[in-house]
Design a protein around this ligand. Structure first.
Ligand code: NCD
Length: 316
């Protein structure tokens, strides 16, 4: 895999994706074996370490927006690879508070770290940052733009549950502001997948993403209602309405509860339908689903570790 930076899912070829997922699968098996054969032993001790290839590597974490999974799984991944992090910490406690520009911040931190993981509220921030530094920049979410590393772990889960070809997937919720959706939709064009988008019209895919899908010749359909399409789906990817990106809170409230699923919703679904969600969920997936075989979202979140280990190992 030859990339200087990881900015959007569009940059990944099918071969890139398969390379990352295969390596992640190998790391995942080793991690599982290490934890099951020696109960009580910390997994980071052996099985999951890739021979400490990255013992000197420091990953710079720059999170200008809240994050739990992405931030902690990048930190876990680099530590399992034998490296460590330098973390800018919260915006409140950094010089950003004094008015420092992103361009200056990344130019300083590239002197401390071997790669930068950036989450920022502005769309295009990671691309802009990549133009100022020589170390790899990994986009960990740029506003309502893209989230390509989330996509890699989403694809990992889809591959494990249903396979990436001959796939019928529903993608539901906030398709306008949901960056995980934009990246996932682009990456799925590399496979034989039919994508059914379910959202209110006001939260449909942005025109630029729609354009990319059309240009790639993707098989896509849009719906305002899950009912009609549900029985056909192998996977259903549910997203949170991105409240923080709405210019008008009333607009958010008007659609907030419209796209949730519960056990009763699944009565008409295939028995082996898997439900995914990038998390955090608010109330769009009823916790009653958690204990069913449909729920794939926690395993999806856990796959962030092997997938990000694989990505970092290949990139660095
Ligand atoms: C997502 C994000 O930040 O875009 N979270 C994540 O990284 N797993 C999804 C969301 O916030 O709704």
């Amino acid at each position: 895999m030859q990339h200087d930076h990881v900015l959007t899912a569009k940059q990944f070829s099918r071969a890139d994706i398969e390379t990352v997922l295969d390596r992640a699968a190998a790391l995942d098996v080793r991690a599982r074996e290490a934890s099951s054969s020696e109960p009580g032993r910390n997994r980071s001790d052996d099985g999951a370490r890739v021979g400490d290839r990255h013992a000197e590597t420091l990953l710079g974490l720059l999170f200008f927006e809240p994050s739990t999974r992405t931030r902690m799984s990048f930190e876990t991944a680099i530590k399992r690879l034998g490296g460590d992090v330098v973390d800018m910490g919260s915006v409140e406690s950094s010089s950003v508070k004094k008015g420092e520009t992103l361009a200056d911040t990344v130019r300083v931190i590239e002197g401390y770290a071997d790669a930068l993981v950036l989450r920022h509220p502005s769309q295009g921030a990671a691309k802009m940052a990549s133009e100022y530094v020589d170390v790899p920049v990994i986009n960990a979410g740029d506003g309502a733009g893209h989230h390509p590393t989330q996509t890699l772990l989403d694809l990992y889960t889809i591959r494990e549950r249903a396979g990436l070809d001959d796939l019928t997937i529903g993608i539901m919720g906030d398709l306008k502001y949901g960056r995980t959706v934009h990246s996932l939709a682009q990456a799925l064009t590399r496979f034989d997948a039919t994508q059914h988008f379910v959202s209110p019209e006001s939260l449909a895919l942005p025109p630029d993403v729609r354009y990319d899908l059309d240009e790639a010749g993707a098989s896509v359909r849009s719906h305002t209602d899950l009912e009609t399409i549900l029985p056909e789906l192998d996977m259903l990817y549910v997203t949170r309405i991105q409240r923080e990106r709405f210019p008008d809170e009333n607009e958010y409230r008007a659609i907030a509860d419209a796209y949730g699923i519960g056990l009763e919703t699944l009565e008409r679904a295939k028995d082996d339908l898997s439900i995914m969600h990038p998390l955090p969920r608010v109330d769009e997936v009823d916790p009653a689903i958690d204990d069913t075989d449909h729920a794939a979202y926690f395993e999806q979140a856990h796959s962030g570790i092997p997938v990000r280990m694989a990505l970092l190992d290949l990139l660095l």
